[in-house]
Design a protein around this ligand. Structure first.
Ligand SMILES: [Zn+2]
Length: 381
């Protein structure tokens, strides 16, 4: 099936590079994008549909309970998505992928790595025996040609291609391509995944579209899905690469990519053992402050603070010492639902504590200000 590029794909792609408060990007996309299926891939049409949706979402009748809170938070995230779509060119993602790959090859060449032309394949499913791989893109290398007779190149699954997001993913894939030059027969896994996030998504793509959007993309991709063994593995690889980067900088990461998979596996072993001093890297240097700060952030990321919408909304507004019933009255919050949302925050590792009348302890601002406290779309118990 050829996916139609429309308003829905634009919203989905833009969500990936936004700093939305949603706790799970997949659920968020599934929940909010349906109406955009019939909207053309055209900036003004998409923006006016977003405006309509925001208008409806914040049109609250009666008290604020979980459902109204969810609508208010979604409206806030729609505003962020709207900002992205209005400030960027809407480019057909297939063209964007090709242009981006040419840009990345150019940059890689400037760094002193000679990368031959990269072939791009847009496919309905990945070639045999990888047809069941769930993912948007895979780099098939020399070893895949020898073992499975798959032509070398980066393969994209057509029905998963998104504006904004897939051209960022292409930067990740192109680093696999570099890493596969030496020892392609070793499977690309583990630390190599984190290496691709760092060199591809953060470094190469950061230069192209600006680092902040790439940081959002990484957070959404690696911390914004329901945990599965698969996603946790990618997250660990990212964190391993973060430690490597803090020690050796982008110079060290590029040396690792150039050296290839034997060195990558060896480095992963030392990271797993904790004996990082045994990693032999000649070049060290080139740290980018924003990315160094981000590296510390993802090593400390608190992933357990996805709460119900009303709990998040209350946490944003309530303060230490507030009388709870007065707070509900003043903020038009439904008392019963509000009380169970406060209980939720208390049960959740004491983010808030109340004595039944007043708020007696409040750690919520710490988690809100650092953006780790996010909302789920489910409406609590
Ligand atoms: Zn990968």
């Amino acid at each position: 099936m050829i996916q139609e590029i429309n308003g829905k794909s634009a919203i989905s792609g833009a969500a990936f590079i936004s700093d939305g408060r949603f706790g799970n990007i997949q659920n968020f996309k599934d929940y909010v994008t349906n109406e955009f299926d019939v909207i053309d891939f055209e900036k003004n049409a998409i923006i006016s549909e977003i405006d309509k949706r925001i208008y409806d979402l914040i049109d609250i009748n009666g008290e604020i309970g979980q459902e109204a809170a969810r609508n208010i938070l979604i409206a806030e995230d729609f505003k962020k998505i709207k900002n992205i779509i209005s400030s960027k060119d809407l480019v057909n993602p297939l063209k964007d992928i090709t242009d981006s790959i040419n840009y990345y090859i150019h940059k890689i060449h400037d760094i002193g790595i000679d990368l031959q032309d990269v072939d791009i394949f847009i496919v309905q499913e990945f070639p045999h025996p990888f047809e069941n791989v769930i993912g948007t893109a895979v780099n098939f290398d020399k070893a895949d040609k020898i073992k499975y007779n798959i032509d070398e190149g980066i393969y994209f699954q057509e029905n998963r291609i998104l504006p904004f997001a897939t051209s960022i993913l292409a930067a990740h894939e192109i680093i696999h391509k570099i890493a596969s030059i030496n020892a392609p027969y070793i499977l690309a896994r583990g630390l190599e995944e984190g290496l691709c996030d760092y060199l591809g998504t953060l470094f190469l793509c950061g230069e192209k579209i600006g680092v902040p959007l790439c940081l959002n993309y990484i957070l959404n991709l690696r911390f914004g899905f329901s945990p599965t063994r698969f996603s946790e593995r990618y997250r660990t690889s990212l964190q391993q690469a973060a430690v490597f980067y803090i020690y050796f900088g982008f110079e060290g990461l590029f040396e690792l990519a150039r050296e290839g998979r034997i060195k990558i596996e060896d480095s992963e072993k030392h990271l797993l053992n904790g004996d990082i001093d045994n990693i032999k890297i000649d070049k060290k240097g080139n740290w980018i402050k924003e990315i160094t700060d981000f590296s510390i952030r993802i090593l400390n990321f608190e992933n357990t603070l996805v709460v119900s919408p009303l709990a998040l909304l209350i946490a944003q507004k309530i303060h230490l010492g507030d009388n709870i019933n007065e707070f509900f009255r003043e903020n038009n919050i439904n008392r019963k639902e509000g009380q169970s949302a406060i209980k939720e925050l208390q049960d959740m590792y004491f983010v808030l504590i109340s004595d039944g009348e007043k708020i007696t302890s409040d750690r919520s601002k710490l988690y809100l200000d650092t953006n780790v406290m996010r909302y789920s779309l489910s409406l609590g118990d």
